[in-house]
Each structure stands twice: as C-alpha cells, then as structure tokens.
Design a protein around this ligand. Sequence first.
Ligand code: GUN
Length: 294
Amino acid sequence: MTARIIDGKAIAAQLRGKVAGEVARLKQAHDLTPGIAVVLVGTNPASEVYVRTKSKAVAEAGMRAIDRKLPETTTEADLLTEVARLNADPAVHGILVQLPLPKQIDSQKVIATIDPAKDVDGFHPVNVGKLASGLPALVPCTPLGCVVLAKTVHPSLAGMDAVVIGRSNIVGKPVAQLLLAENATVTVTHSKTRDLPTVARRADLLVAAIGKPEMVRGDWIKPGATVIDVGINRMPGEGGKWRIVGDVAFGEAQKVAGALTPVPGGVGPMTIACLLLNIVRAVCMQHGLPGPKI
Ligand code: GUN
C-alpha cells in the first residue's frame, strides 16, 4: 500500500480563500475590518519567523494586523498592561501573544489576562473549559487544523479509534477534546504510556504530537490508518543545511498508512489558515453575528 498524501498546503489555501470571502462580506455588509494584535516579546528567531508569517497571512486575507514588538527585558507587569490595552481596543478583535515568553514572564498569567472573546489561540482557561464541556469556543489552531485534515479523508470521525501521542496544552489535549466532540473513541498517550507501539497500532486515526523526530515508525501504524503528523523538527541535513522532519518516519509510514500528512506541507499551513478562521469567528461572536459557514 502507498498512502494517500494529505495536501495540507492546498487544503489550507482553500480555507484561506473562504476566510477572505467572509472578511469581504463583513466589510461590505457590516463595515467591519477584522483586526488582530500579534505580540512578540524578545528576539527568538523562530518566533520572529512565525509572527512574520502570521501577519502576512492576515493581511492577505484582507484583515488588519497590528504588530507589537516588545523588548526581551519587558516585565510581566508591562506585558499585562499592554494586553489590557488591547482588550479595551474595539479595533482589535483577536490577540495573539507569541509563545514562548522570556523567563521573567508567567505565560499562564498573560494568557489568563487576554479577553476570552479575543483569545484566537484558544488557550484561555475559559475557552479550554468550554471546549472540554462541548460548548462553542475559540479553539486552538493546530488541533483544529488536524481535525479539518482528518475530515478530508473521513467526513465523519464517529466511532473511529483515535490515538493521540502527546498531551501538551497546545496540541495533544485540545486535539483529543476536538476528536471526542467528533464522536471518535480517543486514547491520549504520553511518555509514561506502556508499550506505545501496540497502543498506536490500534488507531484508525493516529495523531503524532510529541516533538521527537521520526519517533513513530512504520510498525506503529495499523495498515490503512490515517496519520496526522504535527511534528516540525529541524535536523542536520546534507551540506551543512537543515532539513525539516516530522514526528513520523515518513518513508516507513507511507508504505503502511492509508493517508498521511507530509512535513512540511501538512499540518503547518493549516495552523495559519485556522488562525484566520478564528479571527473571523471572534469578530462574529463579538458582534452577535452568525459565525462563518466554513
Ligand atoms: N508558539 C508556538 N505555537 C504557538 C501558537 O500556536 N500560538 C502562540 N501564541 N504561540 C505559539
């Protein structure tokens, strides 16, 4: 068997096009231009790249990106004041504080200060609780992207055995909640799970979000399963260059899986597309408008 490759780049482009259409409708029918504040503290090179990519995608969708760059030495009190200012600004519909933050700042405190209605990352405890309770909420972008990709293969996930490898607050836990909301039977595994390959092999839908390059081998995969690879790992490549690999050994997985996301070009582009979708959802919620039909 050779797995079908799930083209995250193309699916994300389609979603971005739909979001841009919704943005045009909000402008025309309601005189609303969605705006997001992207806050970057310090000069982490990876974060700088992410923030630049996000702001560019926001502008391309016809929305306003307000970039706030703060120095590495910013105090927690100063960042909380900035978040409070953005909470109060009616032109700002979404607030994204890029993580990780410098060590003098408590990330959880910052996340809890963001107005839940503007929390386009879906990290605020109110949104985490709503997701866990099955209530409408802003939900984290990468997990949402994973579920959208899985549904391109299986329009209904009901009754599927889903195994999530990794239990982070950013991916593992929320993706498990979203899959549960789709009526999958969900197992969440982690570093203490016994005989992980055997547990993984039970999955009809396997989500790998561990952050360990190529940890999931071909023999961890049930023949025909759908595999969503969330990992983005930088490895030394040929000629002193870097190459990006996922958490799944792609070549091995391709021979066993039914469908598989590549890295790069799988989940990564979906994260940004889902962020754009969340901004539009936030605007609609704040203005009592029906959410986008996407
Ligand atoms: N850093 C890495 N991923 C993310 C994300 O999804 N949101 C934010 N705010 N920071 C991140």
